[in-house]
Design a protein around this ligand. Sequence first.
Ligand code: ADP
Ligand code: MG
Length: 310
Amino acid sequence: MVFILTGCSQSPVVKETRTLMDTFCEISCYSNDKDKAISAINAAFKEMERIENVFSKFDENSEVSRINKLAGLDKLSVSKEVFNLTERSIYYSRISEGAFDITVAPFMDIWGFVLRHNSIPDTDAIEKALKYVGYKNIELKSEDMSIKFLNKGTKIDFGGIAKGYAVDRARDILISRGIKNSLINLGGNIFALGNAPGKKNWKIGVQDPRNKGKLLHSFELTDRAISTSGNYERFFEIKGKRYSHIINPITGIPCQGIISVTVVADSAEEADALSTAIFVMGEEKGLNLAKSIKSIKVLILKEDGRIILY
Ligand code: ADP
Ligand code: MG
């Protein structure tokens, strides 16, 4: 999906790839102290694995699974970490006019993105779930750090923001261990720390999903993040028609019209949430949102082949 253009270096690279959060994760550190880089990378992976255990929807015992089971019944005290990410997710819902919404969870189940059933859900099921979906169903109380769902059927899914969040935390760990130059890539959510050896920055190419040998564009980044949301890596097909795993929370239908959205931002969390949001909002509204946030860049590839860079 994304690859790094800057190759050959003098400074030694320590690189490790693991499977994490249902995707791959690669951390590369450029440092003259190999042992320091190895232990920093291990600590960063450990932190991301910890985060996966908190936010996983596949693990019945994760904190998020517990919230989904209980917060519709009564208010539930949660960890500061989950409370804060929920609060920031609601912020992204507000600025995207509800396009980004962690309460899409029931739609993920109905459309079978988790347990694949390869059929189009009936409209009744979608209509019913529309009542549960909507970030306004989440009530947060900072006094006792509690979450309550105002509707029994409400559930949350951090799939559109948790990878970006995890990358930012991994970056913090690397920095705290003295790493100055590194790339963290968790399934297309990248943080570019410092610069490539002998260069002023990192040059990150965004691959054209229709032609893997070609680039749509490349961005020069230093201490910034880039994230791509697309319908070409994770999707499913029913009778030859492709459905993206990003769902419009207002309609309950998987989004169409866009192949991919890439966002460059100061944090991987912001890039992750906004790439998902803009994918839902579509070209016009998405670009308006992008224009209202000075610090981001956006690249949109439309299904009709148009490439929009802002
Ligand atoms: P990827 O997971 O491929 O990096 P995204 O960051 O765009 O892609 O996240 C898509 C995931 O986010 C979905 O798998 C689902 O868990 C969740 N999601 C789907 N639709 C929305 C939405 N409208 N708002 C927030 N999260 C969503
Ligand atoms: Mg996202």
